[in-house]
Design a protein. Structure first.
Length: 153
């Protein structure tokens, strides 16, 4: 009898997603995060969902072998949600690349301390399968932006 070995891997095991609820506009939130975390988010081309709706997209890329941070609006400019989440979520901050838990906790706590943030929490990507397609779209958009940046250098 053959032995079956099942390998269960999370396709986004090097990604952490922070859900953020705020009344701030996208550019305001990017500015708040830049100040609180000493980031340098840059407004990039909007990302377009499957229904053709545009969502604001900000990128902070620290360079090769470092973390990449994406700030993505869940609601389009027309007010339609790309992904529905409970509790209410307006933006995702996506952190790509390995990060120590201590560093991540510091980032999350600093975000929670921003006055205009109502709540911020870590999304469990292992149990929230509905986020996979969304994360794939974000990753492809990020790759396109980074490729365009390297082509201009």
């Amino acid at each position: 009898m053959a032995i079956k070995i099942k390998l269960d891997m999370d396709p986004f095991d090097d990604i952490k997603v922070i859900a953020i609820n705020t009344a701030a506009m996208d550019y305001q939130l990017a500015s708040y995060l830049n100040k609180a975390l000493y980031f340098e988010f840059v407004k990039c081309n909007n990302i377009i969902d499957e229904q053709g709706q545009e969502h604001s997209f900000y990128l902070y890329h620290k360079g090769e072998n470092s973390n990449t941070f994406d700030l993505v609006a869940i609601r389009s400019y027309d007010g339609k949600e790309w992904v529905s989440f409970k509790p209410k979520t307006d933006y995702f901050l996506i952190i790509r690349g390995y990060m120590r838990e201590e560093t991540f906790s510091q980032i999350l706590n600093k975000i929670k301390d921003i006055p205009n943030i109502f709540h911020a929490y870590l999304v469990d990507t292992a149990t929230n399968k509905k986020i996979y397609h969304f994360l794939e779209d974000i990753e492809n958009h990020e790759i396109d932006i980074l490729d365009a940046l390297t082509d201009t250098k």
